[in-house]
Write a protein that binds this ligand. Sequence first.
Ligand SMILES: C[S@@+](CC[C@H](N)C(=O)[O-])C[C@H]1O[C@@H](n2cnc3c(N)ncnc32)[C@H](O)[C@@H]1O
Length: 287
Amino acid sequence: MSTQIAKRGSSAKQQSLPDYAANLQAFHVEFANELRAMLQQLPIAPGMQVLEVAAGDGQFAIWLNELVGTEGKVTAVDISRAWLKEATVKLEDQQADGVELQQADATQLPFDDASFDFVWCAQSLYSLPRIGDCLAEMRRVLRPGGTLAILENDSLHHLLLPWPVDLELQIHTAQLRAFRAQSRQPARFYAGRWLSRLLRKAGLQRPQERCFASTRQQPLSNMAERYFSTYVQGVRERVEPWLSKRALRRLDQLIDPDHSRCLWKQSDFVAVCIDRVVWAQRSRRAK
Ligand SMILES: C[S@@+](CC[C@H](N)C(=O)[O-])C[C@H]1O[C@@H](n2cnc3c(N)ncnc32)[C@H](O)[C@@H]1O
């Protein structure tokens, strides 16, 4: 994802939204135009049967639904009841009648082989158990010749902020230590940089990768400020145990909206948000 880092495990079925929810929702609102334009570049056509895996609040499913039209259908699954509840409200608000929500585990998708023309999974690989098994499931439910598309960011490169360079390197090192402490497979947190490799390994063909960069500078919308502040709060929580006291004090000044040094209050502030997407085909000869 984006954004902040979810914890994996049995809590995935959680009844309440995770800490990163506010950041994810601000991301969808602030970058809606760019994210919709990104989806339009993927091989999705009216009439298609689309599956979204780990759909979260359902925002991508709503945009996918616009692309497949009334002749097509979007099925969106997630393991978390809390996210499915959130998605139900969002679908009603945005009158996205063509989307069907279902609770399901990405390691065992409750669909027949070859059921979908297009499978989409966004910002979730890092939180799914056994990435290889989940990708194999996504491939299984694709029809031969169908497309699997993954949006997965590299947690270390998703949002480029104008940190002082020495502090940025300390934050990166602290994040790496946090990832290692949190998971036996810390590489999952920067899976974004290995997407083509992961899809090839899962038996998909001809992966194509594209990066979409969105820039924000002053004047910022309220939602952009909300996005930056929730993002850096997530980073702060993650790195706190691993950063020196001095570095933490510097970080705190830079992310405090009431401090004169706050990053995004500077008149020359520029941030770049990078979204990485890779898509690949299931072989037409697949059984
Ligand atoms: C960071 S959110 C991304 C949500 C959405 N795709 C988006 O980009 O806004 C990760 C999602 O993965 C879901 N998830 C985690 N483990 C899962 C599993 N085993 N099966 C299905 N969904 C899972 C979580 O419930 C959460 O909604």
